[in-house]
Design a protein around this ligand. Structure first.
Ligand code: ADP
Length: 378
C-alpha cells in the first residue's frame, strides 16, 4: 500500500511516502520537510499543495492510497490508532489544552490532507497511546483529585510509537514472544524518555503530564523539584509562568549545562578537557542509569535494555557512560561492539551479561505506515 506519513508541526511539516508492499530496503519512496509555515508559506493547506506537487514528480503516476498522521496527544480517550473523520478530528482538537503546541498543528495537517485528498482513508497514530496500559499507581500524581478530574493532570507519557516499535524489534531479535518480553527502553534523542515494558506493554515512563519530565534532554531540564519553580516565580518578578516554561523547555538541559544541545559537540568538548561538558554528560548518564535501575524493579527484572533514537543509536560514548553505571544489575557489554555504528538492530552485551543490551534504530514512520495500513484495509 502506498502511504503518505505526515508529521505536522506548527511551522513545519515532515513527510514520507512508504510502499508497505516493497522489500524492506525499498519501502521509502521519498522524504521531505516543508518549513516556514505561517511566514513564507501562509498555512498548512498551502504547505500541502507544495508537498503534493513534489510528490507528483516522485510518484510518477502512482496514486497514494492512505495517509497516516503523527498526533502527539491522545488524552485518555485514544489508546489505539484511529481512522479519522470530522468527529474524531474535532475530538483531537479538543485535547489541545493538554498539548497546546502540538495538537492544534496536528489537526491543521489532518484537515489540510482531507481538503486535498477527501477520498483517502486517513489514520491518526498517537504518541501517548502505548502508555495507556500504565497502571494507575504509575500514572497518578499525589495531588488533590480535583486537579486530575478538572484538568486531566496525570502522567501520559510520550514517544510511545518509538518505544512500542523498538520493543517489538527487540523481542524478535532475541526470539522472545513480545507478550513475554520485559525490557527497559531508553529513547535518547533531542527529547528523551525511558519506558518500563512488561509483557510487551508500557507500565511506566519517565515523561509525564508533558514531555518535560524525566531525563535530562537537549534543552529540557527533566525532573526538578517543583518548589524550585514556585521559588523562581516568587523571587524574580521578571520571570512569569510563560517565561519559566520557555526556560525549562528551551534553555535548560545539555544546552544550559554545556552550551550545546548537540550530543556530538558535548562529547567532543568533554574529550578535549572541558569540565562543564564532562559534568553535563555525567549528570545526563546518571539520570538515565537511575531510571533504568528503577524500571528494572518495575518490570520485575528486565531481559533487555534497549537504546534508541539519535543519541541512543549513534553515541557509543554516551552509552558507555550509562552502561558503566549498571554493573550492579549484572550488565556486561562488549566495549568494541558498543562503539560500532550500524543501521541494523544488534546486541552489544556479552554472553555472560545478566541483562541483554540492544541498540535498535527506531522508525516511527514505518510504525505509523503499518498502523495506517491495518486500519485503512479493515
Ligand atoms: P529528535 O528528538 O529531534 O528526533 P534525534 O533522535 O534526531 O532527535 O536525536 C538528536 C540527538 O542525537 C542530538 O543530540 C544529536 O547530537 C545526537 N546524535 C546524532 N548523531 C549522533 C552521533 N553520531 N553521535 C552522537 N550523538 C549523535
Amino acid at each position: 500500500m502506498l502511504i503518505l506519513v505526515v508529521n505536522a508541526g506548527s511551522s513545519s511539516l515532515k513527510y514520507q511516502v512508504r510502499d508497505t508492499a516493497a522489500p524492506e530496503a525499498e519501502q521509502v519512496l521519498t522524504v521531505g520537510l516543508i518549513e516556514n509555515i505561517g511566514t513564507d508559506i501562509p498555512d498548512h493547506d498551502a504547505a500541502l499543495e507544495i508537498m503534493a506537487a513534489k510528490l507528483e514528480e516522485v510518484l510518477d503516476g502512482r496514486e497514494l492510497e492512505a495517509v497516516g498522521h503523527r498526533v502527539v496527544h491522545g488524552g485518555e480517550e485514544f489508546t489505539q490508532p484511529v481512522l479519522l473523520n470530522d468527529a474524531v478530528t474535532a475530538h483531537i482538537e479538543e485535547l489541545s489544552s493538554l498539548a497546546p503546541l502540538h495538537n492544534p498543528a496536528n489537526v491543521k495537517g489532518i484537515r489540510a490532507a482531507f481538503h486535498k485528498w477527501p477520498h483517502l482513508p486517513q489514520v491518526a497514530v498517537f504518541d501517548t497511546a502505548f502508555h495507556a496500559t500504565m497502571p494507575e499507581h504509575a500514572w497518578r500524581y499525589a495531588i488533590p483529585e480535583e486537579l486530575y478530574k478538572q484538568y486531566g493532570i496525570r502522567r501520559y507519557g510520550f514517544h510511545g510509537t518509538s518505544h512500542e516499535y523498538v520493543t517489538h524489534v527487540g523481542a524478535e531479535l532475541l526470539g522472545i514472544p513480545v507478550d513475554e518480553f520485559n525490557a527497559v527502553v531508553a529513547h535518547l534523542g533531542n527529547g528523551a524518555s525511558a519506558t518500563a515494558v512488561k509483557g510487551g506493554k508500557s507500565i511506566d515512563t519517565s515523561m509525564g503530564y508533558t514531555p518535560l519530565a524525566g531525563l535530562i534532554m537537549g534543552t529540557r531540564s527533566g525532573d526538578i523539584d517543583p518548589s524550585v519553580l514556585t521559588t523562581i516565580l516568587q523571587r524574580d518578578e521578571s520571570i512569569d509562568a510563560a517565561r519559566l516554561d520557555t526556560i525549562l523547555n528551551k534553555e535548560s538541559g545539555l544546552l544550559a549545562l554545556a552550551g550545546s544541545n548537540d550530543m556530538r559537540k558535548v562529547v567532543e568538548a568533554a574529550q578535549a578537557g572541558d569540565e562543564r561538558a564532562q559534568l553535563a554528560l555525567d549528570m545526563t548518564a546518571y539520570r538515565v542509569a537511575s531510571y533504568i535501575g528503577a524500571y528494572n524493579v518495575a518490570v520485575g527484572g528486565a531481559q533487555a535494555i534497549i537504546f534508541t533514537a539519535g543519541i541512543g543509536e549513534n553515541s557509543g560514548d554516551f552509552r558507555k557512560l550509562v552502561l558503566d553505571r549498571l554493573g550492579a544489575l549484572g550488565v556486561k557489554y562488549n566495549a568494541e561492539e558498543n562503539m560500532v555504528r550500524s543501521p541494523e538492530p544488534r546486541v552489544i552485551s556479552t554472553e555472560d551479561s545478566a541483562v541483554k543490551v540492544l541498540v535498535i534504530p527506531t522508525n516511527e514512520e514505518k510504525a505509523i505506515a503499518e498502523a495506517t495500513e491495518a486500519l485503512a484495509t479493515k
